[in-house]
Design a protein around this ligand. Structure first.
Ligand code: 2AM
Length: 185
């Protein structure tokens, strides 16, 4: 199954951002991510063999236990090469990165291939099929400052890719498991 580790912002934080995103023009060629699935990716595992999932869960449970709860807030926006528009992350991002490193290491130790990209905390809002000028969107979201919240858990999320073949249909995300961070007990 296709899995990734993530931090899931609470509903009220998603709603605050949603209000701002609703005011943006839809834009041609932009695929907006589904609001119920908004997340901060920590590590992407791709297709994980069924027999590897128990070990991955165990290692993620340990990674969560070793990491203290920490505070974050969504703030501002940015883009990756005109291909992805995202909301920015503010607050204890060093702790977020540490959690991402641990989540990635959990996958690697299970033998899952992990591309080690430089970790850039972000919440993807839209993707563009071709390089697009996303500057107006980034500018419009510049003043966005969401309420801070305390990250208390590490989630394992299952991504169900669309099977209908309908263009533009989005993957469905489903929380498969979650573990309390060490300091959150
Ligand atoms: P993104 O927010 O930067 O796009 C589920 O697909 C999540 O895993 C996405 O939010 C995506 O992060 C992240 N991800 C990282 N590497 C990926 C890859 N190679 N393929 C698909 N998703 C990936």
């Amino acid at each position: 199954m296709r899995l990734f580790a993530a931090v899931l912002p609470p509903a009220e934080v998603v709603d605050e951002l949603g209000v701002r995103v609703d005011r943006l023009p839809p834009g041609e060629g932009l695929r907006w991510t589904g609001r119920p699935g908004w997340h901060l990716t920590l590590a992407f595992y791709g297709d994980v063999p069924e027999e590897t999932v128990p070990e991955l869960r165990e290692r993620l449970a340990r990674a969560a236990a070793r990491t203290e709860a920490f505070e974050l807030a969504l703030r501002g926006s940015g883009q990756f090469g005109g291909r992805a528009l995202w909301a920015g992350v503010h607050g204890r991002t060093a702790e977020l990165k540490l959690l991402a490193d641990r989540a990635e290491a959990a996958g690697r130790k299970c033998g899952l291939p992990g591309e080690h990209r430089r970790y850039r905390p972000h919440l993807t809002l839209a993707r563009a099929r071709t390089a697009t000028d996303l500057t107006p969107y980034v500018t419009a979201l510049d003043t966005f400052a969401g309420s801070p919240w305390t990250v208390t858990e590490l989630a394992l999320v299952r991504s169900n890719l669309p099977v209908s073949g309908v263009p533009g249909e989005r993957p469905r995300y489903e929380k498969a498991d979650a573990w309390a961070l060490g300091g959150a007990r």
